[in-house]
Design a protein around this ligand. Structure first.
Ligand code: GCU
Length: 438
């Protein structure tokens, strides 16, 4: 019952007009302390951001070489205290090409569906990867991002196979008994401008995040986690991965596959994710330096937004609504952001020297656009160590719809929590600039 309620809650984004939301008022589990959501900048308690360029034992850093050691310390903190450690064990997938269509979208490109089957410790998962590429004689750079509703939701084209996987219930009833129906074909096409991506010379690679780990709390019995349970283990330890860690693992496995696909330029993969999948793309990009560009679209709390501001969604709220996203240790910081030994500017800095892009939406106050901007700004000094441009000297947030494209990209656009054509135009422009200086 509790799981079901949490399910529903996960789609409730408190209206920005609300000054406070109480989980008690929603009659959920009874937390010891009421969960208050602040939207008022003047109520933010003074906070100090953990240092980026000072090591755990107090040494200041002024070279790339020293930063690369410091990088390891920071990565360890995020692994042990927030997203949880990813297992090192390598499980080789069985790779099966399910479908290839040489000509789709009126000759604009081709598509392929590839199933990656991982089997271990008596468990199996299938990750179905959809690859749509423009016509090209050379390997194609790609955007890679997980989707929320199955590959068939990203475009109405009939060639994409309808997902058979477990789905969350949908508001428009295009999911029945937790299975997708034909009515869901193309449902998220507004978020995936496939033609525009292809016409700009990029491919699109996507997979359904639920193939890696279904997004509900079942104590990690389904999805990727049990593949790594051996010797009587039946759940992750408190410093081991949650669902975000699982989804990030899946992205790295897709990258492994792309490295074997000669149609794809696997050295130019721009990883992108929206919202919980934006949190995921940042964590994947931090751990796996093969991703050439990392893009966070409205990732908010647990993604690009600073925790210590405690405005909009906060640590206790995210850990209560989504107990499975982060590791057990992260619960220690419920109502205690001031004691966090790290913050999200440090996560963004882990992308350096690779380009990173943070995008916010004006009405998305739940995700704290200002906190996203400040984290992107505060990551800047690491880029500067590499001699790269950053937004560290921006004293104010840019105007809406006025993107800044240094090696650290940032924009805030008008509108709500979403991925729009405007966002994609910026990402394509940014990738062109970063990959080819054009
Ligand atoms: C909820 C959650 C956010 C998350 C979002 C999403 O609103 O509170 O943290 O980013 O869902 O993934 O859609």
């Amino acid at each position: 019952m509790k799981t079901q309620r949490n399910h529903l809650l996960s789609w409730i984004r408190p209206a920005s007009a609300l000054a406070a939301v109480s989980l008690m008022a929603l009659n959920l589990s009874s937390p010891a302390q009421e969960i208050v959501i602040n939207y008022d900048e003047s109520k933010i308690q003074p906070y100090e951001l953990p240092e980026l360029l000072v090591t755990a034992n107090g040494r200041s850093i002024d070279s790339v070489e020293e930063w690369e050691k410091r990088r390891g310390e920071i990565l360890e903190m995020f692994a042990n205290q927030m997203y949880g450690r990813t297992p090192n064990q390598v499980i080789k997938p069985e790779i099966k090409i399910l479908k290839e269509v040489g000509d789709v979208l009126n000759g604009l490109g081709s598509m392929k569906e590839v199933r990656l089957t991982f089997e271990n410790a008596g468990h199996t998962i299938d990750i179905d990867v959809l690859i749509i590429l423009p016509e090209s004689n050379t390997p194609v750079p790609c955007f890679l991002g997980l989707n929320f509703g199955g590959n068939h939701t990203i475009h109405p084209m009939k060639e994409i196979t309808l997902s058979q996987s477990w789905m969350r219930p949908s508001r428009d009833e295009s999911v029945v008994n937790n299975r997708a129906t034909e009515a869901s074909r193309g449902r998220s096409s507004g978020r995936w401008p496939v033609e525009m991506i292809l016409k700009n010379g990029y491919g699109l690679v996507t997979a359904y995040y639920g193939d890696i780990d279904p997004d509900f709390h079942d104590e990690f019995k389904n999805g990727v986690h049990p593949l790594f349970y051996e010797n009587g283990k039946d759940k992750p330890e408190s410093n081991e991965w949650g669902s975000i860690g699982g989804w990030a693992w899946g992205l790295s496995r897709i990258q492994d596959y792309l490295e074997s696909d000669c149609a794809v330029d696997s050295s130019r993969i721009a990883l992108l994710g929206h919202s919980r999948l934006g949190k995921t793309s940042l964590w994947a990009g931090a751990q796996d330096e093969r991703f050439a560009i990392v893009i966070s679209n409205n990732s908010g709390c647990g993604g690009a937004a600073l925790n210590k501001r405690v405005i909009g969604e906060n640590v206790v709220r995210i850990n209560t609504s989504f107990p499975h996203w982060f590791c057990g240790n992260f619960k220690k910081y419920n109502h205690a952001e001031d004691s966090l030994p790290f913050d999200q500017h440090q996560l963004l800095a882990l992308m350096a020297p690779r380009p990173v892009y943070v995008a916010s939406a004006e009405e998305d106050r739940w995700a704290d656009p200002k906190g996203e901007f400040l984290a992107a700004r505060e990551a800047g000094p690491v880029y500067e160590l590499y001699g790269l441009s950053s937004i560290s000297s921006e004293t104010q947030m840019p105007d809406v719809n006025d993107p800044i494209h240094t090696t650290v990209g940032y924009h805030i656009r008008t509108g709500r929590h979403n991925v729009t054509e405007y966002d994609w135009k910026q990402y394509i422009h940014f990738a062109n600039q970063q990959f080819w200086g054009k």
